[in-house]
Design a binder for this molecule. Structure first.
Ligand code: HPA
Length: 272
């Protein structure tokens, strides 16, 4: 599917609103939008004010760029995202990451809510992604090659070892448990069946979620270093005994986000 966004117009519109060039780009997942409260001197740009971007609208997702400073560093945050399960094409899901990369950010930090597949990552855990399985059946990289992107990007190190080390040492310093794991990205919007979760566990997934991979693929095709943190909001289907419920996913996400906020504050001074 060819891209539908005029990136130069989107970029001009956003750049015109930002007081400085952001150094890092954060994508905030379900229930994690409160990270915005850590920033000072914020400037908010709703997605629909950027040419080519539709408004984003799932409960718990606001749909805006937020510029601000944290620990003296200028950052750009994406609060709310475009999910493929809403019917958005993958290049819309990846568009904010591509725009941020073109703005010159030096790294992408993605957060998401995920179900715990492996019994070692119970609800409430924070998990640093080491790898992923793209089971969405889609990629933002299909179609014409965008300027500055690789046709065949290497994915042997999808998540940057240096950024990972910064997160792990920051977590240790402030006494937060940070697990490591592999994220399976599925299309959704239904949660999985127990049989699907057993399959995901056998093929190497520790976590399952419905986001993140489109943005990571776009960033990697531009050579942008990526780190990703999942908050485990529930046991995946069949691992625990409770039925899955989106409201509960959001609620646990909000609770775990307190630890994530501390972690982000601790890691920001170490970002490239
Ligand atoms: N499955 C898929 N996506 C999710 C889950 C889950 O169990 N929890 C949060 N996002």
């Amino acid at each position: 599917m060819d891209t539908v966004i005029a990136y130069d117009r989107a970029l001009d519109a956003l750049r015109g609103r930002l007081p400085a060039d952001p150094e890092a780009f954060f994508i905030l997942g379900s229930g994690l939008g409160s990270l915005v409260e850590e920033l000072s001197s914020t400037v908010r740009v709703p997605f629909e004010e950027v040419p080519g971007l539709p408004s984003a609208g799932v409960a718990g997702h606001r749909g805006e760029f937020v510029f601000g400073t944290l620990e003296g560093r200028p950052l750009l945050l994406q609060s709310g995202r475009y999910h493929l399960y809403e019917g958005h094409p993958p290049d819309i899901a990846a568009a904010p990451a591509r725009i941020a990369a073109a703005l010159g950010v030096r790294c992408l930090i993605v957060t998401n809510a995920a179900g715990g597949v492996r019994r070692t990552v119970p609800p409430g855990s924070l998990v640093l992604l080491e790898d992923h399985l793209n089971l969405m059946g889609r990629t933002p990289l299909a179609g014409s090659v965008l300027a500055g992107e690789e046709r065949f990007p290497d994915m042997s190190r999808p998540y940057d070892p240096g950024l990972a080390q910064s997160f792990l040492s920051a977590a240790q310093r402030i006494g937060i448990a940070l697990h490591r794991g592999t994220y399976a990205a599925v299309l959704g919007p239904n949660y999985e069946t127990p049989a699907e979760i057993r399959m995901l566990e056998r093929i190497g997934a520790d976590l399952v979620g419905m986001s993140t991979v489109p943005e990571v693929l776009a960033a990697r095709s531009r050579g942008l270093p990526v780190a990703a943190i999942s908050t485990v909001t529930n046991w995946a289907a069949g691992v625990g005994s409770d039925p899955l419920d989106h409201a509960e996913v959001l609620e646990v996400g909000r609770r775990v986000s307190l630890g994530l906020r501390r972690l982000v504050r601790a890691v920001v001074p170490e970002l490239p």
